[in-house]
Design a protein around this ligand. Structure first.
Ligand code: HEM
Length: 410
């Protein structure tokens, strides 16, 4: 098995400035299971084939999420500090008990409808403000409108609070990127985390006092009030939903704009109504694969792809490599806006499959619909600044000019 010392898969710079897609494709085709080491002794196995990634996602007996799903989220042998109490780092049976009330209160049909309406309203207002000739940083001006609408509905807060919460959670995930943090990343991470936790705790306190349960935070607050959920568990899961929702879809939206810029002829098929927005959305999700990998720890020997990964090993499941696997996708390295039967793995699989997947899909689809109906369009005018992160694929700056859509053939 290939062992890579000082692997580029650890390097945020490699993901921001080089070509991780080609590197991972090379691994998938030649060394589908490989070991990656870092100078400090940290080591993980990397799965890159769709079939192997999928198998790892659905094996909840031999693979644990409780030791952190992001490299540097925690170190063995200690479990993640939120282990067993926060969705993403909980194994069954705790995971099942946590997921039920969160899904019921935050991700039911009513909430989804409200989110769709709010995101559409916010997006329209943001696009309506723009005039032909304006040059903006899409990443700062339009992209935040997607998660802002979700926060407004699930957390029951106004646009200004949603904006502050968004800024703080983005610093938490992008903390290794100076675009968010300046020169002291760890201090920024801790400050941002405290700010988010204080804010959510304040909301829980208000809802306990008022007895309101008509949004996700209110529902969790009433479970706290009745003694059915410890307050720190409600807090941690509020944090999980906020981070999960905030740091993903804005990046997907920025990468979508950049893709449209490079694939204008394909995009015009959506504008003309020849390709439905939901079909295009699935391809944008596959193509952008915003959450590049997740991590697990084997708690028993794990046989996968003809190899045995010993118990006690970190394993990374590369969504971005699985989403370009020729065994599953026809011409995987080609963006095909009308791709049919798109089995993209951007949201993972199994019991941890993104709880926000319906919300995220709705946000991106609403975004696609609003862009297609807009009488203007964005043209990328500078080389985009990619996020320095191996965990989230995204951008920290995307300068675009607003042009008349007719100029581009719409
Ligand atoms: C394009 C956007 C998104 C992508 C690519 C994405 C990706 C993922 C992936 C791959 C996982 C599985 C993690 C694992 O197996 O360890 C996950 C879990 C999760 N996501 Fe998302 N996500 C997105 C949007 C959202 C949104 C909008 C929300 C909330 C509003 C959200 C909240 C969560 C939460 C709470 C979990 C943990 C679920 C669990 O462990 O049961 N995500 N996401």
């Amino acid at each position: 098995m290939l062992v890579v010392e000082n692997s580029p898969l650890y390097s945020a710079e490699f993901f921001a400035a080089d070509d991780p897609w080609s590197y991972l494709s090379h691994l998938r085709e030649n060394h589908p299971i490989s070991i990656h080491r870092r100078a400090d002794g940290y080591e993980f196995y990397a799965l890159t084939r769709y079939a192997d990634v999928y198998e790892a996602y659905v094996d909840h007996t031999r693979l644990s999420s409780a030791y952190g799903t992001m490299v540097d989220g925690s170190y063995r042998p200690e479990k993640d500090s939120a282990s067993g109490r926060m969705l993403i780092v909980a194994d069954r049976p705790e995971h099942t008990a946590l997921r039920r009330p969160i899904k019921h209160s935050g991700f039911n049909r009513d909430m989804l409808e409200k989110v769709g309406r709010t995101v559409r309203r916010n997006l329209r207002a943001s696009l309506d403000q723009l005039a032909v000739g304006d040059v903006i940083d899409f990443d700062k001006v339009v992209a935040p409108e997607l998660p802002k609408g979700v926060l407004e509905v699930l957390f029951g807060i106004g646009p200004a609070d949603a904006h502050s919460l968004l800024e703080a959670t983005r610093t938490m995930i992008g903390y290794r990127d100076e675009a968010y943090t300046g020169a002291s990343p760890l201090e920024s991470l801790v400050d941002a985390q405290m700010e988010v936790l204080d804010f959510i705790d304040g909301l829980i306190g208000q809802r306990i006092e008022s007895g309101a349960s008509d949004d996700m935070i209110g529902f969790l607050a009433q479970l706290v009030a009745s003694g059915d959920m410890p307050r720190d568990v409600a807090l941690l899961n509020g944090l999980n939903v906020a981070v999960g929702g905030n740091e993903t879809t804005p990046h997907t939206a920025s990468l979508t704009i950049d893709t449209i810029h490079h694939e204008r002829a394909q995009w015009l098929k959506v504008v003309a109504g020849d390709v439905p927005a939901d079909v295009a959305t699935q391809e944008f999700l596959r193509w952008t694969s915003t959450n590049s990998y997740v991590q697990r720890l084997t708690i028993e020997d794990f046989e996968v792809g003809g190899e045995t990964i010993p118990s006690g090993s970190f394993v990374t499941l590369w969504n971005m490599a699985a989403n370009r696997d020729p065994a599953v996708f026809d011409q995987p390295d080609t963006f095909m806006i009308d791709r049919q039967d798109n089995k993209q793995l951007a949201f993972g699989a199994g019991v941890h499959r993104c709880i926000g997947a319906p919300v995220a899909t709705l946000e991106i689809q609403t975004f696609v619909e609003e862009l297609a109906a807009w009488d203007k369009a964005f043209v990328v005018v500078n080389e985009p600044q990619r996020l320095r992160s191996n965990f989230m694929l995204g951008m920290t700056e995307l300068r675009v000019e607003v042009v008349d859509a007719k100029e581009l053939g719409a």
